[in-house]
Design a binder for this molecule. Structure first.
Ligand code: PLP
Length: 406
């Protein structure tokens, strides 16, 4: 019989959002009259921008005409989209990225997990704690996380981010090969300044490590926080950046993102020689990927059009206004909260020393509100709770009114 990948057996029980869904289902079956407001899962709720839909429709029609039909596209993405990304996401920041350093994909979740195929099996991985669970699970599936003992993986290097350190991760206290950083952060909603990112770049350079920088929420930045790690000097030699149209433009169901792998990012080959990760990824994409569909890439390019950008930013302003309502409402009610300025996430401290799942149950029972227990994002998430701004203004106001009323 086939021997299956033993690492899957090490994964802890139920996935966070499955457990949340289970508890909500039980509660709503027992309380069918409860009007439950969901501020839990990080999925967008507003429709695609009209300019984006128009581009998608036009491209779909092109696919239906012999003269304009297209078959397989380039593995790494169409030039029109790569060029739009370069101009708008990098040149505009004063960052010089070459077209062949960009790889268009079907989203950041796949990229942040697939990229680790380029690392050796014994690479040591560092993650912030709390963390977007995909970095952890995908490395655990590949066997790099070791064993799950109590509430953590024994081969991962956790970088604790808590109130005490202002959610600024410390540098690893032992040698690591890869550091996952995500800013604006999911789940804490906090950002790092260039000055706070610089020590990570310097560390990676000095130790021969690389950084996987997840910038999925960069469109939410309203403060002066960097929108790309490449705004930090030296980052092009050590950092891979993953970006997504999911939160920028509501593409969670449409699927498009991209990964930047500068030529300067290198690892060690079998003979001890430097190897470009860019060349390895090209090889990987050529063998395992046939590109993102043409209508979707046209839709993504339309995000950068004058109308498209204005419409997408309008939607983001709406989410950020929700974030403000949640943040200020909770503060008024006496809670301690973080994030929500440069991100759609609000990270609150659970009151009265409640553990995060108990607070989940209390919020559901007393206010009919669903959030996400911090413990689901890692050991340092215990004692915290995440609320998201992805809802209607009306529901957000109603949810906060319930909490403030007490
Ligand atoms: N990265 C982070 C930090 C996220 O929170 C999410 C989605 O919630 C993703 C990546 C997934 O992005 P995509 O929809 O492009 O796969």
């Amino acid at each position: 019989m086939l021997k299956v990948n033993p690492n899957y057996e090490k994964l802890p029980g139920s996935y966070l959002f499955a457990e949340i869904a289970r508890r909500v289902k039980v509660y709503s079956q027992e309380n069918p009259q409860a009007n439950i407001i969901r501020l839990g899962i990080g999925d967008v709720t507003r429709p695609l921008a009209p300019a984006v839909v128009e581009a998608m429709e036009k491209a779909a029609r092109e696919m239906g005409q012999a003269e304009t039909f297209r078959g397989y596209g380039p593995d790494y993405g169409y030039d029109f989209l790569i060029d739009a990304i370069l101009q708008n996401d990098y040149k505009a920041l004063g960052v010089d990225i070459a077209p062949d350093e960009i790889f268009v994909s079907d989203g950041a979740k796949c990229d942040v997990s697939n990229v680790q195929e380029l690392f050796s099996d014994d690479a040591v991985i560092a993650v912030t704690d709390p963390v977007y669970p995909v970095y952890v699970d995908s490395n655990a599936m590949a066997g790099r996380a070791g064993s799950y003992v109590t509430d953590r993986w024994d081969r991962l290097c956790y970088l604790p981010c808590q109130e005490e350190n202002g959610f600024v991760p410390p540098l690893p206290d032992r040698p690591v090969d890869v550091i996952y950083l995500c800013y604006p952060n999911n789940p804490t909603g906090t950002t790092l300044t260039k000055e706070q990112l610089k020590p990570f770049v310097d560390y990676a350079k000095e130790k021969g490590a690389i950084i996987i920088y997840d910038a999925a929420y960069k469109a939410f930045i309203t403060s002066g926080a960097p929108r790309s790690i490449y705004e930090v000097e030296g980052a092009k030699d050590v950092a891979i950046e993953c970006c997504s149209f999911s939160k920028t433009a509501g593409f969670t169901g449409t699927r498009c993102g991209y990964m930047v792998i500068p030529h300067g990012v290198k690892g060690l080959g079998a003979q001890g020689q430097p190897v470009e990760l860019n060349a390895m990824w090209k090889r990987r994409m050529g063998s395992k990927f046939n590109g993102v569909s043409y209508p979707i890439q046209r839709a993504a390019a339309a995000v950068y059009s004058k109308d498209g950008w204005a419409q997408c930013m309008d939607t983001i302003r709406g989410y950020l206004e929700n974030a403000r309502i949640i943040r200020e409402g909770l503060q008024k009610a006496g809670y301690t909260v973080y994030g929500g300025v440069d991100a759609p996430y609000i990270w609150m401290k659970t009151p009265d020393g409640l553990d995060s799942w108990s607070f989940f149950d209390k919020l559901l029972r007393d206010y009919h509100i669903v959030g996400t227990p911090g413990a689901g994002f890692g050991p340092c998430g215990e004692g915290y709770f995440r609320l998201t701004a992805f809802n209607t203004r009306e529901n957000t106001e109603e949810a906060l009114a319930r909490i403030v009323r007490g």
